[in-house]
Design a protein around this ligand. Structure first.
Ligand code: BG6
Length: 486
């Protein structure tokens, strides 16, 4: 840091925390809710860690008022949550389930009565199973009007009460894990199908944003992208080129579509040569150009480091399915020097300068500032950090959780975010992941992120008691002073 003094956080900065429906709600088949692809997938043996499911999760559905009371006591300014599509429209594109809609109506009312700004995510990965069965999910354009209908329902119901809306959570992650790596539903391992499904999600995103601007003229909407800057392993020009390629492949492929309304030029040419470019019609291109997000949501956990891919396969041959030792969820190699034959333009490696979490995710607060700077410089949209946090094994001892490591992690990231604000980045707010402990999609209940401990584990829900951790009281102070002590 080279400033003698940092700028203050904006006076209306949204200090928040986040969650997602499947990871907290439970009540998976109550009050008319239909099954989502995650309900079905998690029930199939072998798909999730220890067979964990979101059937009960942390039972937020029945603890909502208690959870919001804890948010209010903390002084939270914003709470990001997602709506379960299948709770509102059980079969995806049929009749609206008033009881499901009512749950979110009550949640939003509770938040507003406590002075907490709701931030509503439309899609956090739990597609109604009926749309998967009927159309083939995101591989079919038939899902687009269904999504538009679902969006219209929520826009109409909540346009006066919800100002901030997120379209898709981490489109890059759910299409990658669902269609390339095959460890999220629908468990496909085919990179060509991934690009095709991803294009359909892009169209759904554009339609939702256009519709939003017609129906909610005073609201703000944007996607939340799983972002990380890319570093070259060395200063060798070949590694620098690999980093340029990886940035295109991992980031620009989504961000350029969201923010510029077009696919990045070099990448499109390369994918076309590889035979991986999805079918994009002129009408599609026109639609993408018409959608203008009001802000960009950034979910930041870590970036990535790459070097030249030593295999040097020609792109056409490399496009044949071939999976490397790269860890699909981490998007980092399990071992150094893992080769990525499927995408020969770069090769992910561990960064020798960075420490890792218990789950092997690199800890890189400086990369947060780098990333915020790069994205703001390129797209000039206000940024809203919609996720950032540390997954760890927490110990409940004598009724308390001393998670000083989480405080250290969050403090380091808040510090570099404040530096980015001082640099000139325009920021709306910051939602830590997560408010309460919750279900990790692939890691069960052992990997905890919350400010509030929930006493359940992989074996069962226990009492589901809520116990504020040390980090809860720390964040309460940060909010009270609008980050002045950072
Ligand atoms: C993000 C998701 O990718 O990372 C969250 O939006 C998720 O839903 C979070 O929980 C942390 O991932 P994990 O695997 O550690 O639970």
């Amino acid at each position: 840091m080279y400033y003698d003094k940092l700028d203050d956080f904006p006076p209306d900065f949204l200090w928040g925390a986040a969650s997602a429906a499947y990871q907290i709600e439970g009540a998976y088949d109550e009050d008319g809710k239909g099954p989502s692809i995650w309900d079905v997938y998690a029930h199939q043996p072998g798909n999730t860690f220890n067979g964990t499911t979101g059937d009960v999760a942390i039972d937020h559905y029945h603890h909502m008022a208690e959870d919001v009371a804890l948010m209010a006591k903390m002084g939270l300014k914003a709470y990001r949550f997602s709506v379960a599509w299948a709770r509102v429209i059980p079969d995806g594109d049929g009749a609206v389930n008033e009881a499901g809609l009512d749950f979110y109506r009550r949640l939003i009312r509770e938040l507003k009565q406590n002075g907490i700004e709701p931030v509503l995510t439309l899609y956090h990965w739990d597609l109604p199973q009926a749309l998967q069965d009927k159309y083939g999910g995101w591989e079919s354009r038939e899902v687009i009007p269904a999504f538009a209908k679902y969006c219209r329902t929520l826009f109409t119901a909540f346009k006066d009460d919800v100002k901030y809306w997120v379209t898709f959570n981490e489109q890059n992650v759910f299409t990658g894990l669902g269609y390339r790596w095959g460890n999220h539903p629908p468990k496909v391992q085919d990179v060509r199908r991934m690009f095709a499904a991803n294009h359909i999600v892009n169209l759904a995103n554009a339609i939702a944003i256009k519709l939003f601007h017609e129906l909610v003229p005073n609201g703000l909407i944007g996607p939340s992208f799983g972002y990380g800057p890319v570093y070259p392993l060395t200063g060798a020009p070949t590694d620098v080129l690999a980093a340029v390629n990886a940035d295109d492949f991992n980031n620009n492929w989504w961000l350029d579509v969201y923010c510029r309304g077009e696919y990045p030029y070099f990448m499109e040419k390369t994918l076309t040569r590889m035979g991986l470019m999805p079918d994009v019609t002129d009408a599609d291109r026109a639609l993408l150009k018409q959608a203008h997000p009001d802000f960009l949501g950034i979910n930041y956990y870590h970036g990535g480091t790459v070097q030249q891919n030593r295999l040097e396969k020609p792109v056409a041959e490399a496009a044949k399915k071939d999976f490397s030792a790269t860890d699909p969820y981490l998007m980092q190699p399990k071992e150094d020097q893992a080769q990525s034959p499927e995408v020969p333009m770069f090769n992910a490696v561990a960064n020798p300068y960075l420490k890792k979490t218990d789950w092997g995710w690199e800890i890189d607060p400086v990369g947060f500032r780098v990333g915020l700077r790069q994205v703001y410089e390129k797209y000039r949209l206000p940024l809203f950090v919609t996720e950032n946090g540390l997954g760890a094994v927490d110990q409940l001892a004598n009724g308390e959780v001393d998670d000083q490591y989480r405080i250290d992690y969050l403090a380091a990231h808040l510090r570099t975010m404040k530096e980015a604000i001082t640099d000139g980045v325009e920021m709306i707010g910051y939602c830590a992941w997560s408010f309460t402990d919750l279900l990790s999609w692939l890691n069960g209940y052992r990997k905890r992120y919350g400010f509030v401990y929930v006493d359940r584990d992989d074996d069962g829900p226990k009492q589901l008691r809520r116990i504020p951790k040390k980090s809860y009281y720390w964040y309460q102070q940060i909010i009270a002073q609008n980050g002045a002590q950072i």
